[in-house]
Design a protein around this ligand. Structure first.
Ligand code: MN
Length: 205
């Protein structure tokens, strides 16, 4: 992987649960490090310096073409495939950062903070614009949404992000989480699924 980008507040119900206006405004982005990805089959080690680590299940997009100022009509041509991921967040550190108008990196870009499934290739599955997105904790479904609820769709995300940075093969983009985010604890079993795309399961240790 080259770079890991994430979209903030891309589902209205999640924006509202975090206390924000759900109306459509330009998407905003932050990054994790490629080394923060946690590959399938590995457990998620509970990170240091937080007592409130939240799960955010997200569809991710993997690129095999890039560029700058990509036209929205050309954007899907950059997509190699899709998968399911978790944008783990040290919510207590993020809350402090928000309150002090400080950057989010230490809340978002920590070790193993982005478990990801294998990539489902677009040439095999197409470009799904609907399908359920869910996360279960110890067998109880706590996050549930649908790809169709994304405020900014994948082509719009790619086009907008490419106005800020040069996208390139190997970049992945986490496209935001539906509502129902919440804490995890050591010993939890987490299972995630995006209908027609991918599944992922791991333990919190
Ligand atoms: Mn997120």
């Amino acid at each position: 992987m080259r770079r890991v980008y994430c979209v903030g507040r891309n589902y209205a119900a999640h924006a509202m649960e975090m206390g924000h206006d759900p109306n459509r405004e330009a998407p905003f982005f932050f990054q994790k490090n490629p080394e923060n990805l946690l590959l399938p089959g590995l457990p998620f080690p509970y990170p240091a310096l937080s007592e409130n680590v939240h799960h955010e299940v997200e569809c991710y997009v993997a690129l095999n073409h890039g560029g700058t100022e990509i036209d929205v009509n050309d954007a899907l041509g950059c997509v190699y495939g899709y998968g399911v991921s978790v944008d783990f967040t040290r919510r207590d550190i993020q809350d402090e950062a928000k309150a002090k108008s400080r950057p989010w990196e230490m809340a978002k870009a920590f070790e193993h903070s982005a478990p990801i499934s294998a990539i489902a290739r677009a040439e095999d599955i197409g470009h799904p614009s609907k399908g359920s997105v869910s996360l279960s904790r110890n067998g109880q479904k706590v996050q549930h949404g649908d790809l169709s609820q994304m405020i900014w769709k994948v082509p719009e995300i790619i086009a907008e992000l490419s106005r800020y940075v040069t996208l390139a093969p190997g970049d992945i983009i986490l496209t935001g989480t539906p509502s129902g985010v919440g804490p995890v604890n050591r010993g939890d079993r987490i299972t995630c699924e995006i209908e027609t795309i991918a599944k992922l399961a791991f333990d919190v240790i």
